[in-house]
Design a protein around this ligand. Sequence first.
Ligand SMILES: Nc1ncnc2c1ncn2[C@@H]1O[C@H](COP(=O)(O)OP(=O)(O)O)[C@@H](O)[C@H]1O
Ligand SMILES: [Mg+2]
Length: 260
Amino acid sequence: MTRKEAVCNQKGGVGKTATVLGLASALSSKGRNVLVVDCDPQGNSTGGLGVTIEDGQLTTYDLMCRTAAGTAADAVIATPWEGVDLIPSNALLANIESDGANDLIFRLDIAFEGIDLSAYDVVLFDCPPSLGKLLFAVLCAADGVIVVTEPTIDSVGGVENLYETIRNVQRRPNPKLVVDKIVLSRKKGTAEHIFREDELRSAFGDLVARTAIPELGARQDAHSARTPIHRWTGGKALALRVAYDDLLAELPITTTGVPA
Ligand SMILES: Nc1ncnc2c1ncn2[C@@H]1O[C@H](COP(=O)(O)OP(=O)(O)O)[C@@H](O)[C@H]1O
Ligand SMILES: [Mg+2]
């Protein structure tokens, strides 16, 4: 069954979107198929995949506005990235946080109900930088969590806070939810970053992916050009390509079958 992974951290700027796009790029370069679901009102993965939302296009916001099984299928669009489909997002999604509907947090899960996702190796939800209702809704719809964090003084505490939300979701609406990996992103070779990486590994052990994503300018250049890092030749793109390939291999994402 195609795994649905929520790529999370309540903090902005830690590399969630970069991780979603890096993994999508790695899968695309292997001829695989992936569905990205942009769940951030900032729409950075939508823009990063080179998508402009046309009139009438359904977005994640539309999926969250009603309770209707299977509507996610109507919101899927192809992107310029080979093998990468998208449910896009825009600023309207921010309205969800003030929506008082009592079934709000189940709506994304219900939108995916009954959909055949077998064409995809994985579904990646790019999460908003908050611990609000939207994140809760994504965690209700997901099978696994990929926590992304920078190696800073706040990272262990930040991951612990996020864990509390994850545990709340596991307790009731979604007991099958599993934290698959904690990913260190934007790592520089400074003594401080090395110290913080050790701290995180001591706190969370093998749950921290062996692969850390290095901080390299090629990532921003490729993002500005809306280009997969595996097709970007400038700067130290190769190091990023290797990192995302290695990270992909550590995740419970099966890429051995025949792509649909
Ligand atoms: N490995 C990296 N090397 C260099 N810059 C990065 C890297 N990962 C992310 N960035 C940049 O850092 C900023 C925040 O990253 P982003 O993935 O958008 O974070 P988030 O989705 O958690 O808010 C963006 O400008 C992005 O291009
Ligand atoms: Mg983002």
